[in-house]
Design a protein around this ligand. Structure first.
Ligand code: G3H
Ligand code: 13P
Ligand code: ZN
Length: 314
């Protein structure tokens, strides 16, 4: 089957209480590791590409790699999604490049400007059969913003604004800020997420799919390997996996993971270099990295509950 949108995936994920993994890809090995895992687990897949990934790998190369994944695995629904598009022009370019889903992230703008830009992207994307993810609220660990209760909620998504935003823009899914943040340093104290925001949105907009960014768990195994073999990430901390599972059973239908891929690859490369200082064949360190990604993604699919769901998402 050709690339698909997230429509059916989100319908099934919402109805059956799981979430789809959205994995960032930047090169061939990362993509292969993810796809190998997906195929073994028969899970639906969102491959997402950031502006930085487009620039680093060149879109034509990434597209060719993804085309192979699609062609070789016709039983797996695969969506190609733009992660954090920041302008109409970039979103338009991605629609024209054959993406089946784009994100317009105008979350740092005022509510009115966010609505205006998102609406423009939705108009263009929908006219070309492409779905749109938008964002409302600002990502960042809850404690980063804690100066008082009002201060916390000022950064989190306001559930009361969600309905108006979705109705005004027509966006197909919405990334909400519930206390997660990008990267490997998400919390300085015990992780805390605002599940009440998800719950309130699902009451106000039943059936509407939400997206969780900044959802890597910073797995102990890779953190330990990185620190053991010359890296320095002692205070790295991610979203606990039970919180991911909890969100996946609620209205969260898409869970974004990039940092865990980066850490898996980095850990294995560091390990090979430390154990074999004379190694200079890229296949000998990228290969173990790709294998670690595969194993890690297989595990994530269980956490998300989407293993075995490829068939029903087609
Ligand atoms: O949300 C951020 C993703 O991890 C992509 O990161 O912009 O460095 O490619 P990037
Ligand atoms: P992590 O940094 O937690 O992997 O989040 C990735 C993400 O949200 C991509 O949009
Ligand atoms: Zn993100």
């Amino acid at each position: 089957m050709p690339l698909v949108t997230t429509k059916k995936m989100f319908q099934m994920a919402y109805k059956n209480g799981y979430a789809i993994g959205a994995f960032n890809v930047n090169n061939m090995e990362i993509t292969q590791g993810i796809v190998d895992a997906i195929v073994e687990e028969q899970a639906p897949l969102i491959l997402q590409i950031s502006k930085g990934a487009r620039e680093y790998a060149k879109m034509s190369y990434l597209r060719a790699i993804i085309d192979v994944a699609v062609k070789e695995n016709p039983q797996i629904p695969i969506c190609m999604h733009l992660d954090h598009g920041d302008t109409f022009e970039l979103c338009r370019q991605c629609v024209d490049d054959g993406f089946t889903s784009v994100m317009i992230d105008a979350s740092h703008q005022s509510f009115e400007d966010n609505v205006k830009l998102t609406k423009e992207v939705v108009k263009y994307a929908h006219a070309h059969g492409v779905v749109v993810e938008a964002e409302l609220g600002q990502l960042g660990g809850i404690e980063e913003h804690v100066k008082g209760v009002e201060d916390v909620s000022a950064h989190l998504t306001d559930p009361n604004q969600v309905k108006e935003f979705v109705e005004k823009t027509g966006c197909d899914s919405l990334a909400v800020a519930i206390g997660t943040s990008h990267g490997a340093y998400k919390f300085k104290a015990a992780p805390k997420l605002a599940f009440d925001v998800v719950e309130k949105v699902s009451k106000l907009l039943p059936g509407y799919p939400l997206v969780m960014h900044g959802s890597s768990s910073v797995l102990q195994e890779f953190k330990d390997l990185i620190n053991k073999y010359g890296g320095k990430m002692p205070d790295a901390m991610g979203v606990p996996e039970d919180a991911i599972t909890r969100a996946s059973k609620m209205a969260v239908c898409k869970v974004n993971i990039d940092t865990d891929l980066r850490m898996a690859l980095t850990a294995k490369i560091r390990q090979v270099f430390a154990e074999k200082p004379g190694e200079f064949d890229p296949r000998k360190y990228l290969g173990p990295g790709r294998e670690a990604i595969k194993k890690m993604v297989k595990h994530k699919l269980q956490i998300l509950g989407c293993a075995g769901k490829a068939g029903e998402c087609k």
